[in-house]
Design a protein around this ligand. Sequence first.
Ligand code: C5P
Length: 232
Amino acid sequence: MGKDVIVACDFSSKDEVMSFLDKFQGRKPFVKIGMELFYAEGPSIVKEIKARGHKIFLDLKLCDIPNTVKKSMKVLSELDVDMTNLHAFGTKAMMEAAIEGLTRPDGTRPLLIAVTQLTSTSEERMKNDLLINEPLDKVVMHYAKNASECGLDGVVCSPLEAGKVKEVCGKEFLTVTPGVRFADGDVGDQVRITTPEKAKEIGSDYIVVGRPVTQADDPVAAYERCIKEFVD
Ligand code: C5P
């Protein structure tokens, strides 16, 4: 599996995302569609972006009872996305049901990735709000191991955790890492960040980059810079 840069298209309408994607006349970026765009435009936005030749990571972070997740994943499998995800917090029974639902009759399925702990969840919030008293790092590795045992393909994690996840789950287990910023760029609200170059060194398989590309004066140049630093 080759390394790639996934562009987080955090827009709230079809017009905005399409005029952004129109700028890319050469290499077509791997696109992340999140809840904001999906809830605004529905499944047709996935099909339209796919029809333009982009690979798609559908980031809906499912978490519900196993039966509901299984049936929802079946619907998503028909959208022909390349990658989708769920919360590892939903337990191993839910992750196993998700794989079943996502697998098409011919045995193929999109990559399935688990969110361990959101990067917005601090150890303090985990203790106080969720009554989880283990260190954050231990919880992330435990959830990653659960995901791996259920047959999932990888996890979303901080680029700073990617190396450790590979040690625990094996080097084939994918790490999809947001929180990427250029060395000379704006940090915004992200906390645990690194550069595309450093993410490559640590062993991320996919970096997810949003604002450093979407808000750049020249988004295509910013995207090409990510490719140059992370892939080439
Ligand atoms: O704009 P920025 O590069 O910060 O965008 C990062 C993207 O990755 C956003 O779509 C955000 O929702 C997503 N993400 C994240 N941290 C996580 C999971 C997803 O930043 N733990």
